[in-house]
Each structure stands twice: as C-alpha cells, then as structure tokens.
Design a binder for this molecule. Structure first.
Ligand code: GRF
Length: 224
C-alpha cells in the first residue's frame, strides 16, 4: 500500500455520464482531503462526463475501444495512458468494460470498482432488475478492489437500502445511485488518509470507520 503522507493521486475511468466521478471531484475539492484527481479517461469520446471534467480543468483523455483489434491491445494502451499520470489508485466509476488479467494484475490493490448491488449477489448487468425479480428485501451497492473475476475482489464498503413493495428497477436505480454518490467519495477520502488496508486473509479493514452503511433516509444523510 502507498505511503499516505503526500497527496493521493487518483485516475478515474468512466464510460458515460460520470455522475459518480463528479461527486468524487466535488468532494475532493470541498472535503479538503489530500487528493488530486489527475485525470478522467473514457473509452467513449462522447461521454458526457468527459466534458464536465474538461470544463473544470481536469485533464481528460479518451481511448475508443472500437479502434483496437482486441481487448488486450486496448487494455495495454489504456494502461500506458493511465500510467502517464502516476496514479496511486485507479477508480472504475461506471467504466463499462471488462478488464484483462494483465491489466488487473498491474494495478493490484490499486484498482477500485463500484457495482450497483450487494455483492456477491447480482454481478454483471441489470442488477436492479435482478433484485426486483428475486424479491430481495435489501439491496444496495458495493465498492471493492478489483481482481480478475467479474465483480469480485475484497469488499471495501456496502451501502444498503430496504426494497419497498412498490419499487421497480428504475426507482431502485435512482435510490441506489444516491448511495453510490455518498460512498464513493467516502472511500476516496479513506484511501487518501491511508485508512484502508487489505489484511492477510485478503479482506479489507477500514481503520476506525464504519463500512456497512444503511441509507434508508438517503436524502437526509449528511455527506461528511
Ligand atoms: C453506476 O450505477 C455504477 O454503479 C455502474 O454504472 C453506473 C454509472 O453511473 N457501474 P455514472 O456514470 O457514475 O453516472
């Protein structure tokens, strides 16, 4: 793990609107924790989030995966691009691509993903729909270190809510996203303050913080 006496450097990868990225950027400015968002990079040049970051003078870049013959070539180019910014951590904030083992290994314990379900339930896509179909009573989102299995790896934090009888996948998506917007900046803050460690059993310990959060009243939760 990195030495946290200096500014923690983050590169954020997105694929679309980038609302999680926006919350991280805003929180890093207003929260005054020792972090720099070095770059926002997308695999889609038309991502709305890229323009948002550009407008705020954050370095941006895009690598269109369609221009690469295969996943390995794209991942190698992406890795090269990311490493130009010397990040301590790489954040997958709505980055909708599976990453190769080489890429994941290169960022061991430095690559972090947000997933809109309580893992290990509902890996992959359409998580809110699957939650409704299964009739689960508790749903939410997970932030975890990435390993080479899809939506796997040591869990850092989970944010949960109760599923209401009149929820559908759209209403769940909306409420879960609000939780995502709270817990991703929180994790970045903890990373920058050196509070997150992976222990010998490959589990995450967060020093002095609560990493299971219930957000049934998400609109009234104070963002640190
Ligand atoms: C989020 O729900 C995230 O969990 C999922 O994709 C969505 C991205 O949203 N992986 P945004 O681009 O951050 O607005």
């Amino acid at each position: 793990m990195k030495n946290h006496h200096k500014n923690c450097r983050f590169v954020i990868l997105i694929s679309g609107r980038g609302s999680n990225m926006q919350k991280i950027v805003e929180s890093s400015i207003y929260g005054k924790w020792p972090a720099t968002i070095c770059a926002v990079i997308s695999n889609d040049p038309s991502s709305l989030g890229l323009q948002w970051a550009k407008d705020r003078n954050i370095p941006t870049d895009s690598l269109d995966h369609k221009n690469y013959a295969n996943r390995d070539l794209f991942d190698q180019a992406l890795k090269k691009k990311i490493d130009e910014y010397f990040p301590d951590y790489v954040l997958l904030a709505g980055f909708m691509r599976i990453l190769s083992k080489d890429f994941v290994d290169h960022y061991k314990h430095r690559l972090i993903n947000i997933h809109p379900s309580l893992l290990p339930s509902f890996p992959g896509l359409n998580t809110h729909y699957k939650a409704i179909e299964k009739g689960v009573k508790i749903h939410g989102c997970t932030i975890h270190f990435v390993n080479s299995e899809l939506d796997d790896g040591p869990i850092i934090i989970q944010g949960c809510l109760s599923v209401k009888s009149n929820d559908d996948s759209a209403s769940l998506a909306e409420r879960v996203l609000k939780i995502e917007h709270k817990i991703f900046p929180l994790v970045c803050k903890w990373l920058s303050l050196g509070k997150i460690v992976i222990n010998q059993e490959n589990k995450v310990e967060v020093k002095g913080e609560n990493n299971l959060l219930f957000y049934d009243d998400v609109d009234h939760m104070q963002l640190f």
